[in-house]
Design a protein around this ligand. Structure first.
Ligand code: MV4
Length: 449
């Protein structure tokens, strides 16, 4: 096992990794920007190093400083958390070149899945269902148009270097296509420095259903069920749950088999997520693979009783997974993201001092947070201040617990998403599980004050 793990991240995930390391009897190093000097991850770690000014690119994205911090403190491994450098293949390579274990998949696995067109090809080559579309990046507008006509409108044009919704354009018909194509291409070029795009049939009302994957270096690859993340706004997830409300054991078997097949195809090691689109007719398609621990991982941890972060550390140290078959489900789990932003003002970030902070508690309630009374939410990073995870014997009980937990959750100072999520919990569509990836944006008016 490792002696000392450096956490190249901040906020709640830095704390989460410190807790996993403590249980494994591994020492920890926090790195922090000047804006995070008073952060809990700095206090909870065994050692800490300031790595620069507040902006991410000068601190949490500064590879030479992070490597230097690991060398100075004698860390033999780095956990990247999510965001920042978590899916940066060059960072994983630099760690290896510096004799530091990267707690995550190989640089090659990160690179393959980071190229969305390459990932799509790898899946197709291994009989994982993909949305009908162009076999790879298209050469020019004419070729793209020909594919679009062949698969039928509406189509979606996606950036090969994109992901998470960046560099995507929908075309309803042939008239719209040329314009959408040029927009997608120039957006991809300016955002990623790579103008490669591919074309897919556009699914109108899909659900976002993702499978948690774990793999080790001893040939074990398994899935730990799904998470339904359909309640999103502008590709920012607000609520995640498991099981998916429309899942059946038979569908889980087929989707889970496909997800494991996809992960096995690249000999995946570590924790990862296969994102799929589940169409209204029950067909499902590979969308992307995320090669990191995700924000919503506690949903799976609570449902199956597996510590995913500990598994990540074990696997990176060369140990086998401690779980090799899907454990029984324990009821139903829902997570809500508590962000310091104002839903009534277009989710505008609301940084500043948290004057009062009373998180909820009791049976079936977990709160992952780095916030405390007196904590100042900095304006430099994403605005999530807590994740509220509730578990019930049934979905109904989980929703009831979520309502009560949100009522108990007191945050004074910044505006938060707490009241907005409360309204969703009372909504008929949500309660009946009748949602899709565009549902929140279509019905936004219902959740206004
Ligand atoms: C799609 C789609 C419909 N049809 N692909 C959005 C993020 C990126 N990972 C891919 N995304 C989508 N791809 C086809 N062929 C709809 C989306 C999509 C979406 C997916 C998941 C969650 C929220 C979403 C919101 C808008 C669009």
């Amino acid at each position: 096992m490792f002696k000392k793990v450096l956490i190249a991240n901040r906020g709640e995930i830095a704390l989460r990794v410190i807790r996993a390391c403590r249980e494994l009897d591994v020492q920890t190093v926090a790195v922090y920007s000047e804006a995070d000097r008073e952060s809990l991850h700095v206090r909870f770690a065994d050692d800490d190093v300031c790595i620069g000014p507040p902006p991410g690119r000068e601190s949490y994205l500064n590879i030479p400083r992070i490597i230097a911090a690991a060398e100075i403190t004698g860390a033999d491994a780095i956990h990247p958390g999510y965001g920042f450098l978590a899916e940066n293949a060059e960072f994983a390579e630099t760690c290896a070149a510096s004799n530091i274990a990267f707690i995550g998949p190989t640089p090659e696995q990160i690179r393959t899945m980071g190229d969305k067109a390459a990932a799509r090809n790898a899946m197709q080559a291994n009989n994982v269902p993909i949305v009908p579309g162009s076999p790879g990046p298209v050469e020019d507008a004419d070729e793209a148009q020909a594919f679009a006509e062949q698969i039928g409108f509406p189509v979606i044009i996606k950036a090969a270097a994109g992901g998470g919704g960046k560099g995507m354009r929908v075309a309803k018909d042939a008239d719209e296509f040329a314009r959408s194509f040029q927009l997608a291409r120039s957006e991809a070029l300016s955002a990623f420095g790579n103008g490669d795009v591919y074309v897919e049939k556009f699914l109108v009302r899909p659900r976002h259903v993702e499978f948690q994957i774990l793999g080790d270096r001893h040939g074990n690859v398994l899935h730990l069920g799904e998470r339904d993340c359909s309640v999103q706004r502008r590709h920012q997830k607000l609520i995640e749950e498991s099981p998916c409300p429309v899942m059946t054991p038979e569908l889980r078997q087929r989707m889970g088999d496909a997800a494991v097949k996809g992960a096995r195809a690249i000999n995946y090691v570590g924790a990862g997520t296969i994102e799929m689109l589940l169409d209204e007719d029950g067909s499902f398609y590979f969308m992307e693979m995320n090669t990191r621990i995700q924000v919503e991982h506690p949903v799976t941890e609570q449902l199956y009783g597996v510590d995913l972060v500990k598994e990540q550390v074990r696997v990176a140290a060369g140990e086998p997974l401690s779980v090799t078959t899907l454990p029984p489900m324990r009821g139903h789990v829902i997570e809500a993201r508590v962000n310091a932003e104002d839903p009534q003002r277009n989710f505008q970030p609301s940084p500043g001092t948290i004057e009062v902070f009373h998180p909820p508690g009791g049976p079936g309630i977990r709160v992952d947070t780095h916030a405390y009374a007196g904590y100042k939410v900095p304006p430099y990073y994403d605005s999530m201040i807590a994740k509220l995870i509730v578990q019930g014997g049934t979905r109904e009980e989980a929703i009831a617990r979520m309502k009560w937990a949100l009522e108990q959750f007191v945050v004074q100072g910044p505006a938060t998403t707490i009241p907005f999520i409360g309204k969703i919990m009372h909504d008929d569509d949500f309660v009946s599980g009748d949602v899709d990836t565009k549902w929140l944006e279509r019905n936004f008016e219902r959740f206004k004050d």
